[in-house]
Design a protein around this ligand. Structure first.
Ligand SMILES: Cc1cc2nc3c(=O)[nH]c(=O)nc-3n(C[C@H](O)[C@H](O)[C@H](O)COP(=O)(O)OP(=O)(O)OC[C@H]3O[C@@H](n4cnc5c(N)ncnc54)[C@H](O)[C@@H]3O)c2cc1C
Length: 349
């Protein structure tokens, strides 16, 4: 019999960070994942960007999220003895005069000045210039593929990671916890990404599928040492490789790459750089997104000690470390959850 304080379902980015943080607090954790390589977490580009969009909008809660993410990924790099984390900048090509104006207006405001900088130089070849360019700093770059491999190895060796499909109907509830086959646990946390839609306990929550595709290319002449944004992101991975992406599709749930999105990415790339390249990989994953674009955390309204941690959408890397701590404080000490992320916002009083 495996006795645990926590049974976690899902070893994506969210479940891994939660399990890791709980284990750091000496909690006994069992984590179950069916071990599919095609998850959002394994396909992500690995960026944390404080300012996004054409109109230079500050990422929600970035003042709180950024320091937490920075210290978490730094510490993780040391713990796993791998260089998982880098701070760099984003060179953004501005494609209209309106965008140039927006940039200057934002930059003039105190809240944005520490993230937005002039980039007066000519864009170096082979980057195609526009009406102007801006620099965004800091941009955090996480080697998420390596990190997910490290989490897998850590959870397998130090925590009880079981590789199987979780069967929701086999979960039995008792007064003081749950039993699942040979596992007993005081609390269960579901961190299933977009598969939450198929969880009978939480399938009424308004999760949406946001399919994303990205290409990995080899481009020896590009020599980019920061991330370039010119309609799409061009993210240097080292050894002349770059991640190009990503796309959004709210209707297609099929976990397969499409020719349509490949063409979109290649067209955007051809407009951004003038250099020969070779496509070496086409990635696809489904982001778990809640209708109001905020994470979802908290306890099931009728099943005590059953929790959810999900809805990280396009920003799992910045949101997951902070909101894993937030949920742990709630589960362990009863610390109230922020209204904006509380599951209760979707249940009637
Ligand atoms: C192309 C692309 C690019 C992205 N780029 C970025 C980026 O640059 N920065 C950023 O912050 N975010 C990015 N994201 C978003 C980020 O990937 C997600 O926010 C994050 O990975 C979500 O993690 P998760 O653990 O909730 O979900 P997932 O990664 O989907 O993990 C869920 C896990 O649960 C398991 N599971 C589900 N149901 C069951 C079951 N019944 N039994 C057993 N196991 C189960 C699955 O196997 C999976 O391992 C990107 C996403 C995509 C698709």
């Amino acid at each position: 019999m495996d006795q645990a304080d926590y049974l976690i379902v899902g070893q994506g980015l969210v479940g891994s960070i939660l399990a890791y943080k709980l284990s750091q607090q000496n909690k006994r954790v069992v984590i179950i994942d069916k071990g599919s390589g095609n998850t959002a977490s394994r396909q992500a580009s690995g960026l944390i960007n404080p300012i996004t969009g054409r109109r230079f909008v500050k990422t929600w809660m970035i003042e709180e999220l950024l320091p937490e993410a920075r210290s978490f990924y730094k510490a993780l790099s040391i713990r796993f003895n791998h260089s998982l984390y880098k701070e760099t900048s984003l060179l953004k090509i501005l494609h209209t005069n309106e965008q140039v104006n927006d940039f200057h207006i934002r930059r003039a405001s105190e809240a944005y000045a520490k993230y937005l900088f002039e980039y007066p130089d000519e864009t170096p070849a082979p980057i195609q210039g526009g009406f102007g360019q801006a620099k965004i700093e800091p941009l955090l770059q996480i080697d998420i593929k390596l990190m997910m491999d490290d989490f897998y190895a850590y959870l397998k060796e130090n925590i009880n990671l079981q590789e199987s499909e979780f069967e929701h109907l086999a979960l039995k509830e008792f007064e003081d916890g749950y039993k699942y086959h040979k596992i007993t646990a005081k609390k269960v946390v579901f961190a299933e990404g977009y598969k939450m839609r198929f969880n009978p306990y939480f399938n009424s929550l308004p999760i949406q599928f946001s399919k994303g595709e990205a290409l990995i290319i080899e481009c020896p002449n590009l020599n980019l040492d920061c991330v370039l944004n010119s309609k799409i992101n061009i993210n240097p991975l080292g050894e002349d490789r770059y991640c190009i992406g990503s796309t959004y599709d709210w209707n297609d749930m099929v976990q397969k790459p499409t020719l349509e999105k490949k063409k979109y990415l290649l067209d955007a790339l051809a407009a951004a750089i003038d250099a020969p390249f070779k496509v070496v990989e086409h990635k696809v994953g489904i982001r778990p997104t809640i209708v109001d674009r905020k994470p979802i955390l908290g306890e099931h309204p009728t099943h005590k000690n059953m929790y959810v941690l999900n809805g990280m959408g396009t920003k799992g890397l910045s949101l997951a470390p902070y909101f894993a701590d937030h949920l742990i404080a709630h589960m362990e000490n009863g610390t109230p959850l922020l209204d904006e992320v509380n599951i209760e916002r979707f249940y009637e009083a």
